[in-house]
Design a binder for this molecule. Structure first.
Ligand SMILES: [Zn+2]
Length: 394
């Protein structure tokens, strides 16, 4: 048995002082309890006062095989194995920053799905889920990723192809986006009937749907047809941002997860001028979404631009924490609630008996000041110390 101690333990929901986490041989949490004399033969790692131990962070929106370049299409490796190699390096970088679970929402040629299937030492990387290439229209947002782009009438077949390839989730570009020339975030790409056919097919084969949606029209269709999560959810319009209160209320009532992707490394430019001009309003809207009761989770869109490296998660949380003024709930939005949004509530994100001992230890009181998340002391994957000052980087 392994016993890990820190100044404060955040279990994914609540805080515990003078506490320790017991981890079994199988890498699962046995118990969070008040510090006690250890049983015989238990190994104790004490990170000391002034540290916070929490579940490893869950980033539900990354692009592991992308190169964080100003033009994502140009940054995508073209040589055989190049995407996989880049994905491994990016995943390790995320893990070292405390991200122990990643959902990849857009590769090319199923590179991340194949990595998930064949990784030799699973604990050397975060837990991986992957969508494969997103479903998008000919010439639509991120069309350069999809081998065969999808006419609106062919969405069910596109879902089945991905299901046969073993994806964990269907990613669909419901609106245009900010990084594809000719694609406008404030316009829908698929009509409601096509989107309904897509969601019905995905749910019939047991897959959730993660829907990229900036425009109000796209968000409205997502609510009507019952997607599982909306990505970004910026409410961008042609000339600004408009958080339609009726639509915000409908999102909250729907229980659809709202996966926001705020934040970047300090000083980095926004992925597009359109986003830069609207950023302040978009961020304000996150507070409104949360206050109205939407199930907001925090993710990054890492890989999409130079300001979004794969260890950028702490900066996303700083933005969300700043706008909500609630650091503890911000931690929930990146641990227990974020895991729930991936269908992993019974697997990770919460330190309760039987769940994975994926752990992050940081220096400082993260539940008071989220900047502590920038000071990583240790990262554990299923009870194994995999990153931190005492672990040599591979
Ligand atoms: Zn993305």
């Amino acid at each position: 048995m392994l016993i890990i101690r820190a100044g404060v333990v955040f279990d994914g929901d609540a805080l515990h002082s003078d506490s320790e986490v017991l981890v079994g041989q199988d890498g699962r949490v046995l118990e969070v309890r008040r510090v006690q004399p250890p049983p015989e033969r238990a190994r104790v790692i004490d990170h000391g006062g002034g540290t916070t131990l929490l579940p490893g962070l869950v980033d539900g929106h990354q692009h592991l095989s992308w190169g964080c370049t100003a033009n994502p299409e140009e940054g995508l490796p073209r040589e055989p194995g190049g995407q996989r190699e880049l994905a491994v390096a990016n995943a390790r970088r995320a893990l070292a920053a405390g991200v122990t679970t990643i959902q990849d929402l857009g590769d090319s040629g199923y590179a991340v799905v194949d990595l998930r299937n064949s990784v030799q030492d699973a604990l050397s990387l975060p837990r991986l889920r992957a969508s494969g290439p997103p479903i998008t229209t000919p010439g639509g947002h991120c069309h350069f990723l999809a081998g065969a782009q999808t006419e609106p009438g062919e969405v069910a077949a596109a879902v089945r192809r991905r299901a046969e390839r073993g994806v964990d989730v269907i990613k669909v570009m419901v609106s245009g986006g900010n990084i594809t020339a000719g694609s406008l975030p404030w316009e829908s790409q698929f009509d409601e009937d096509s989107l309904r056919a897509l969601v019905d097919e995905a749910h019939a084969v047991g897959l959730p749907v993660a829907a990229h949606a900036h425009a109000a029209s796209a968000l409205r269709d997502c609510i009507h047809v019952g997607v599982d999560a909306v990505e970004h959810c910026t409410f961008m319009t042609a000339d600004g941002v408009d958080h339609d209160p009726g639509l915000v209320g409908a999102l909250a009532t729907s229980r659809i997860f709202v996966r926001t992707t705020p934040g970047a490394t300090p000083g980095a430019p926004a992925p597009s001028p359109a986003l830069a001009a609207r950023m302040q309003q978009i961020v304000q809207g996150l507070g409104m979404l949360r206050d109205r009761g939407a199930r907001v989770v925090v993710a990054t869109d890492a890989g999409v631009s130079p300001g979004k490296p794969h260890d950028v998660m702490a900066h996303a949380l700083l933005v969300f924490g700043h706008v909500t003024g609630d650091p503890v709930d911000t931690l929930r939005a990146a641990t227990s609630r974020a895991a729930d949004a991936l269908g992993l509530a019974g697997t990770c994100g919460l330190l309760v008996p039987g769940l994975a001992a994926d752990l992050l230890v940081v220096r400082g009181e993260a539940a008071v000041d989220l900047r502590a998340l920038l000071e990583v002391e240790a990262v554990y994957r299923e009870g194994k110390l995999v990153a931190g000052p005492s672990v040599a980087t591979p």
